[in-house]
Design a protein around this ligand. Structure first.
Ligand code: ADP
Ligand code: MG
Length: 244
């Protein structure tokens, strides 16, 4: 579904992503995990076509991402960025339906979709008239996910969607996200820095360090056949993982 071939990203002297080859399979949830600054968000931004790669090429469902195709390809992708990215001056409803309105969909068609999505992400419909500041962190994330799913994209890119939530809210949203992913059967890339979360939600885990993929596999693979001492150390640094 998504393939990055020889993709790298530099900002001047700064390497955000070393030359990378990676595929994300259709219908599967993959987690990108690694320390802060290792290039996780860069991979999502490249996949979204928000930034151009320095080298290499990106294909979404066999279509090459170029400045010309990016706008159309982006409509196949739902994206929740690291800070939720809701517009503060728009209500939850307006945020969620922004693209649908922009694309000229009728109020009747996206209204139905909105209610369906509110049920799916368990967001109370009577809160749709609220502004982001009048919602809790967990509710805001749910609106972000509704917005990402509004156009029924084939791909869902989630950049630390649970990063800023307290443990209880986080666990609730993790459960809901798991059932959403199972129900919808979409191709999902989830960025997280929490290995337990990655193992709970994803079928495959990609560990990154300093702009490079260190290992790609299941939690079992990472535990039993760590590709480097970094993988072992990273696993050890994750408290509570022994319980999994
Ligand atoms: P993370 O894994 O925390 O999501 P990012 O992908 O956001 O990391 O960033 C990877 C590296 O690239 C970091 O060192 C970051 O500082 C650098 N970087 C990201 N965006 C820019 C930018 N616009 N200009 C310069 N450096 C950047
Ligand atoms: Mg990031």
């Amino acid at each position: 579904m998504i393939s990055l071939s020889g993709v790298s990203k530099r900002y001047g002297d700064q390497v955000a992503l070393e030359t990378t080859d990676i595929n994300f399979e259709t219908g599967i949830t993959s987690a990108l995990i690694g320390p802060s600054g290792c290039g996780k968000s860069t991979i999502l931004r490249l996949t979204m076509g928000l930034i151009p790669p320095t080298t290499g090429s990106i294909k979404i469902a066999d279509e090459l991402m170029t400045p010309t195709t990016a706008i159309k390809l982006r409509q196949k992708i739902g994206y929740v960025n690291q800070d939720g990215g809701l517009f503060p001056h728009l209500t939850a409803e307006r945020n969620a339906t922004l693209m649908a309105r922009y694309l000229g969909q009728t109020e009747t068609s996206f209204r139905l979709r909105l209610v369906e999505l509110a049920q799916l992400v368990r967001f109370p419909v009577d809160l749709l008239a609220r502004y982001p500041l009048e919602l809790s962190g967990g509710q805001r994330q749910r609106v972000g996910i509704m917005r990402a799913l509004m156009l029924d994209p084939e791909l869902l890119l989630l950049d630390e969607p649970m990063g800023a939530l307290d443990p209880l809210v986080r666990a609730g949203l993790q459960d809901d996200l798991k059932s959403i992913c199972a129900k919808l059967g979409k191709t999902v890339i989830l960025v997280t820095h929490d290995m337990a979360e990655a193992a709970y939600l994803a079928q495959t885990i990609v560990i990154l360090n300093q702009g490079a993929v260190v290992q790609n596999g299941t939690l079992e693979d990472l535990k039993s056949m760590p590709a480097s001492t970094f993988v072992t150390e990273f696993l050890h640094s994750q408290r509570g993982l022994d319980l999994l």
